[in-house]
Design a binder for this molecule. Structure first.
Ligand SMILES: Cc1cc2nc3c(=O)[nH]c(=O)nc-3n(C[C@H](O)[C@H](O)[C@H](O)COP(=O)(O)O)c2cc1C
Length: 455
């Protein structure tokens, strides 16, 4: 029997969720209700009932304003817009659920490690450790301008800042309070042992932080760390910090090669095999018969609009196709999401704007991992994909929300369970304990973050 895979739900506090641009126009989609807690209660409760590991919130800190040189198309098509703050959704949703974990995307480029440690420390307490952080360095120049910068930091500088950010974060959450610092005795009139709470006095290139952390040690201390680096520098970062890596690729062989590289990098920094789990984003279109699944796919295609995808591509990569005629070769250089740039095969003629437009005419954009068919077909495809790629799990990107989640929960979960690929036993405890085979709540001693603990 196979061992169960990890499954999470990928969402964004937005109408036009990343990965499904323009599908909010589908008649069965309710993402226009983004501002309603009732909508999110339904999503979170369905995810919890289906025993998903986590509800993941993607996030951006600016509008997609590269396409046509303004944000008009992005607000018109709701491309990752509006972008409400996931930190505000999660406490409410944690109160409305008991077991479901939440992963919040937050940026090391535009946040400060002191306030970030405080927010995550507080949230980890209030949710009993059901919290993860998707560490991102951000890729929109509009975000840079929202935070007082003329332009975005270069890719390498974003990662350098992120590395120092992590050290400050760990010093605060892992190091500044001893694990047993809190006494909490009314009799002794002693909350915490003074000698067990220390300043960190960090003085680095990007941050000066005295500390200590304003929050006491929480169930996980450091939230469970997710990251999606794919460039060589991104992989190095992932190998050092990530407990779960997210992959922006669909081809199982390419994923297997990338995973082996990241695992080798993790081993090289002293992390034993199995410390870095992996997930890829997956779209699922399913119905009781193959014919109905095809009809659903056609319905998605009818509600997919390529212009919204071009807006998304322009924001992700900085490459604005509105400026190119169909027969013009495209630039492939980017300071944004370099790994999202569409490139031809080596040796072929450079791709033209027309080639890329044609690729994007399909709802899967030519790039997305899609499992389609009857529930049995989908479960088989997932099994085959995971066996070849070596992935530990999938993050379900609902093309129609909440319809795709409902389909997954009702139709696909039982089929996956039959194959031993889905754990239907309700799981509780911290997010980290559920993802680790040893069930530990805290970072393992092999983690870079653990080196900052008080001895
Ligand atoms: C599943 C997945 C989700 C992502 N979510 C976000 C996000 O919400 N916000 C963000 O700024 N970047 C997000 N990214 C982009 C990554 O953080 C990263 O920049 C990207 O994978 C490229 O890797 P690189 O930075 O090493 O070039 C996501 C990537 C993947 C694969």
């Amino acid at each position: 029997m196979s061992s169960p895979l990890l499954f999470s739900l990928y969402e964004q506090a937005s109408v036009g969720c990343g990965g499904a641009p323009s599908l909010w126009t589908h008649p069965l989609d309710d993402r226009l209700q983004v501002n309603s807690l009732d909508r999110w209660r339904n999503v979170a409760q369905t995810a919890e009932e289906a025993n998903l590991d986590a509800l993941f919130f993607a996030d951006v800190l600016g509008l997609y304003d590269v396409y046509g040189g303004s944000s008009d198309a992005a607000v018109g098509w709701a491309v990752e817009a509006p972008a409400n703050d996931p930190f505000m959704y999660v406490p409410a949703l944690a109160a409305l659920t008991e077991r479901l974990a939440f992963v919040i995307t937050a940026s090391t480029t535009y946040e400060h490690p002191f306030s970030m440690a405080r927010r995550f420390g507080t949230l980890d307490h209030l949710s009993n450790g059901r919290i993860g952080w998707n560490i991102v360095t951000s890729y929109l120049s509009s975000a840079a301008r929202n935070f007082g910068m003329d332009e975005m930091l270069k890719h390498a500088d974003r990662y350098a800042r992120a590395d120092e950010f992590m050290d400050v974060f760990y010093k605060l959450l892992e190091g500044s309070w001893a694990q047993d610092a809190v006494i909490g005795s009314k009799e002794d009139r002693l909350y915490a042992r003074p000698g067990a709470v220390h300043p960190i006095r960090h003085d680095g290139e990007h941050f000066r932080v005295e500390g200590p952390s304003l929050t006491s040690p929480s169930p996980q201390r450091t939230p469970t760390l997710f990251q999606a680096g794919w460039s060589p520098r991104g992989r190095e970062f992932a190998a050092k910090h990530a407990e779960v890596i997210l992959l922006p690729k669909k081809d199982p062989q390419e994923i297997a090669v990338g995973l082996a590289d990241i695992q080798a990098r993790a081993l090289a920094v002293g992390r034993p095999a199995g410390e870095v789990r992996s997930m890829a984003l997956a779209r699922i279109v399913t119905a009781r018969t193959a014919g109905e699944a095809q009809e659903k796919y056609q319905e998605l295609q009818r509600n997919y609009h390529v212009e919204a995808q071009l807006v998304s591509y322009a924001g992700d990569t900085g490459i604005d196709l509105s400026r190119y005629a169909d027969n013009e070769p495209l630039t492939t250089t980017s300071n944004g999401l370099t790994s999202y740039v569409v490139k031809g095969s080596p040796g072929d003629a450079p791709l033209t704007a027309g080639d890329v437009r044609r690729k994007f005419a399909d709802v899967t954009r030519g790039t997305d991992l899609l499992f389609i068919g009857t529930p049995g077909d989908v479960a088989r495809q997932i099994q085959e994909h995971s066996e070849t790629s070596g992935l530990d799990g999938y993050m379900i990107n609902p093309l129609v929300s909440p319809g795709s989640l409902n389909d997954f929960a009702e139709l696909v979960v039982p089929e996956l369970a039959k194959r031993g690929l889905y754990d239907t036993e309700p799981r509780s405890g911290t997010l980290r304990s559920r993802l680790r085979t040893d069930g530990a709540d805290l970072l393992p001693v092999s983690a870079h973050g653990a080196t900052f603990r008080q001895t």
